[in-house]
Design a protein. Structure first.
Ligand code: ATR
Length: 284
């Protein structure tokens, strides 16, 4: 029951009604008997300017931030976490002692998902795509000391910009570009493949970002797409005995990291997974 003591958290975005975060966070609050609530806030672009001040006025404890505000909200923050600063985008704001601090849990969510299945140190990693999600994952990955990172992309300029940023802002140098249609040339030397492009997402479930012929049992393949639950890329990779990690893992783990930032408590993975899978299986 919501009482006078209930603490307020939520997510801001435009649009917001498709967000999976409210059922995940609220289920965890309920299971853990925590007097918190997580609310979706639909914020129109013309109303974003004073959002952080308004949230402080309302005594909000934490906010997730989704499209289109992950970058535009940054000037309103009092502080920003080091890695979020490098990524140049945030998805979580913690309100503490009158200060708003921004974090990016997308990269950590992806890394935690990978680490459940494979180590990252000394591995050769192929990242498909060079957009916002790729940026968060690539920056966070550099802290794990992989042997190499290769960015495969359709537009070379976008990959080059990401690579330049990594080299400028981190000590990591073993990062390079390959056209996305040429990944076959290097796949034998790759250990981990991460798809951050929307290729294969519903309704285009017949599409696959790369040629999968050379994927085998030595590969770990993660997709960040969670709709469908298993993309064509993952289906093929699984058939060829690769270890596969569906996009729900990153979605759940980035939420868990945000929950920890908001409340200082760690929810069980299943508290986030159950409501999410329920919604996603209903959709299919
Ligand atoms: P994000 O939410 O991560 O920012 P995005 O900007 O929609 O996602 O796209 C991420 C990546 O998917 C980009 O690298 C984009 O390639 P370009 O840099 O060439 O634009 C890639 N991408 C999107 N649609 C694609 C398609 N149909 N074919 C190949 N790449 C595609």
């Amino acid at each position: 029951m919501i009482t006078g003591k209930t603490k307020l958290t939520g997510v801001i975005g435009h649009p917001i009604k498709h967000s999976f975060s409210p059922p995940m966070h609220n289920t965890a609050y309920e299971k853990m008997n925590m007097d918190y609530v997580y609310v979706p806030f639909h914020i129109l672009p013309e109303n974003i300017d004073n959002l952080i001040t308004s949230a402080k006025t309302m005594n909000i404890q934490g906010l997730n931030v989704t499209i289109p505000y992950k970058t535009t909200i940054i000037p309103q923050l009092d502080e920003i976490d080091e890695i979020a600063q490098k990524i140049g985008a945030i998805n979580t704001v913690q309100f503490k002692n009158g200060k708003a601090k921004g974090y990016n849990t997308d990269g950590i969510g992806a890394i935690k998902s990978l680490k459940k299945y494979t180590k990252l140190e000394d591995k050769n990693i192929l990242i498909l795509g060079a957009g916002g999600a790729s940026k968060a994952i690539t920056f966070t990955l550099t802290y794990e000391n992989p042997q190499s990172i290769t960015i495969a992309n359709r537009t070379q300029q976008n990959a080059d910009t990401l690579i330049e940023n990594i080299k400028k802002q981190t000590p990591y140098t073993n990062i390079s570009y390959i056209p996305i249609q040429n990944t076959d040339e290097i796949i034998d030397n790759i250990d981990i493949i991460i798809n951050t492009t929307p290729i294969g997402m519903t309704p285009n479930t017949d599409e696959c970002p790369i040629n999968t012929d050379k994927i085998n049992q030595k590969h770990t393949v993660m997709d960040i797409i969670y709709n469908p639950l298993e993309t064509k890329l993952l289906k093929k990779a699984k058939q060829q005995k690769a270890q596969t990690i569906p996009g729900t893992h990153m979605l759940i783990n980035q939420g868990i990291e945000a929950f920890k930032i908001f409340t200082n408590q760690t929810p069980k993975y299943e508290y986030f997974e159950k409501p999410l899978l329920k919604i996603l299986t209903q959709k299919q």
